[in-house]
Design a binder for this molecule. Structure first.
Ligand code: NAD
Length: 484
């Protein structure tokens, strides 16, 4: 077999130890890897590189397209950018795939039957990091959900399910509240699901869905989520399966993919030959499947399962009465290596059929909905920073700015309508949304009208923070209404 070039980073803390153990097992199982080692993490940050990754690393990743990465330590203090976010965004790693499996009765868990794969959207949602302090009292974070981004991740989840003989894909959103953003994610899930009639699909509101996932994970199979819910619930899922120390993950893009453990660099355990290499090792197994070395992946994974069920455990999962031997990082790796070729008896052996299974991206071209929709601006929300009185006083003052075809229709504060006819009990912050619409019912509004309105707002001495255009798409409102 020809060697596959991969980029490897040994990271910080326990990183170097668990990477050595991982590579030793993979190679003993027959992996054919041509390794290009790069520097990332603390040393690189402290040498003055705020992204924590040396420039040469990007060339290496562009060449190999496969990154096996140990955890790093992000130095305390400001100015350091998250390395993971940099790599994810630079290379468009849009899918985070995290299998969460319980190894009952060999690793303690309340959920003996659990085999869930979390597929998390990795680029959008509130993770754009687009935030503003808008007034003395109010801050804002922008949540962006796009049609192409969502189509890609939802299709990826169904393709993953099909390749891995999974029976069901579940989607979680909060579209009863966020009807436009989470509503789009849910809508696209409903659009794409029928293309996969062999796979069951369901949707839960994320709160009750999360509760069910934590309570009865055996009822879930593949779960696809927007970024924030996925971030939170993938840790919950890994933890309830047994241990965050036992989960690996894949970050998949159209051309480049990154594989890692889900835990951090555990600096207090570093250099003591104590750490469990299993999370990174399982990331390595995902990588082998990704690069098509499926038989090797299967051999390595089954040897690891055999070791686990023989009670050979590192300190973090060692339990008197269940475990047989407590091993250090190196000895655990040797124990796995000596079992290459064996299959577990109690735990289910894995099978990665050649050409199937795994995490590769097969949704390179997202099918976007190109049908031209008619977009029409029908109003504008002007946000004000204002502390000088009651909603009725603001309503009276801002109504005076009506004209040129625009009129104030409502004022809301933190999403609740406070003018006209507000309730005196409603708490008002210093952050006001003044909604202007066309005087002609349903009429279009031109940019020039908005610019002139803003000139009148400024002239009247108001501190406007921002505007949001109100647009209809094929006659459907593309904006939310305030809570009455
Ligand atoms: P952590 O995951 O490093 O450690 C949490 C706990 O789990 C600790 O008690 C640790 O001893 C234990 N643990 C973690 N992995 C283990 C393993 N393989 N074997 C045995 N025990 C293990 O989280 P933290 O302490 O919050 O973070 C430490 C550092 O790691 C921070 O600098 C953080 O920024 C960084 N971090 C990096 C990544 C990454 O590179 N992907 C992810 C998370 C955290």
């Amino acid at each position: 077999m020809a060697k596959t070039p991969i980029t490897v980073a040994h990271g910080d803390g326990i990183g170097p130890e668990i990477m050595d153990a991982t590579l030793r097992i993979l190679e003993a199982a027959g992996a054919e890897l041509e390794i290009d080692t790069i520097e990332i993490g603390e040393k690189v940050y402290l040498a003055g590189n705020p992204a924590g990754i040396e420039p040469r690393a990007f060339e290496s990743l562009r060449r190999t397209k496969v990154f096996l990465k140990a955890p790093i330590t992000t130095p305390q203090g400001g100015g350091y950018k998250s390395l993971n976010v940099t790599v994810r965004k630079t290379f468009g790693l849009y899918a985070n795939v995290r299998p969460c499996v319980s190894y009952h009765p060999f690793v303690e868990t309340k959920h003996p039957v659990m085999d869930v794969v979390i597929v998390r959207e990795n680029e959008e949602d509130v993770y754009g990091g687009i935030e503003y302090r808008q007034t003395g009292q109010v801050t804002q974070c922008l949540k962006l959900i796009s049609r192409p981004g969502t189509e890609k991740i939802v299709r990826y989840a169904f393709e993953y399910a099909r390749r891995n003989n999974r029976r069901k894909v579940t989607c979680f959103t909060k579209d009863n509240i966020m009807k436009i953003t989470d509503g789009l994610f849910h809508k696209i899930f409903e659009e794409i699901a029928p293309e996969y009639p062999d796979i069951e699909n369901e949707h839960w509101i994320v709160d009750i869905g999360a509760a069910k996932l934590a309570d009865t994970p055996e009822n879930f199979d593949v779960v696809v989520l927007p970024n924030l819910y996925g971030d939170v619930l993938s840790d919950v899922a890994a933890q309830i399966a047994g241990s965050v120390g036992l989960a690996g993950s894949a970050n998949i893009g159209d051309s480049i993919a990154m594989f890692e453990a889900i835990h951090g660099s555990a600096p207090r355990r570093a250099g003591q030959n104590l750490a469990n290499p299993s999370g990174l090792f399982l990331g390595g197994v995902l990588m082998l499947v990704h690069i098509g070395q499926t038989e090797v992946a299967e051999r390595a994974h089954n040897a690891w399962l055999t070791t686990l069920e023989e009670g050979i455990h590192t300190y973090d999962i060692y339990k008197e009465g269940v475990s047989r031997e407590k091993m250090g990082t190196r000895e655990f790796a040797e124990a796995v290596i000596s079992r290459v070729g064996q299959k577990p008896e109690t735990l289910k052996a894995v099978s990665y059929r050649a050409g199937k299974g795994g995490s590769e991206s097969s949704v390179s071209a997202a099918k976007t909905n190109d049908a031209a929709e008619k977009k029409e601006t029908v109003g504008v929300d002007v946000y004000l920073d204002w502390t000088e009185g009651s909603p009725d006083q603001l309503g009276a003052a801002v109504s005076k700015l009506n004209g040129d075809g625009l009129r104030l229709s409502a004022i809301s504060n933190r999403g609740v309508k406070v003018w006209p006819d507000g309730h005196t009990e409603t708490f008002c912050s210093d952050h006001w949304r003044c909604r202007f619409v066309s005087e002609a019912k349903g009429g279009a509004v031109r940019h020039a009208q908005i610019a002139q309105l803003l000139a009148r707002v400024a002239e009247a001495g108001f501190d406007f923070i921002k505007t949001e255009n109100l647009c209809d798409f094929d006659g459907q409102a593309g904006y939310s209404h305030a809570q009455e």
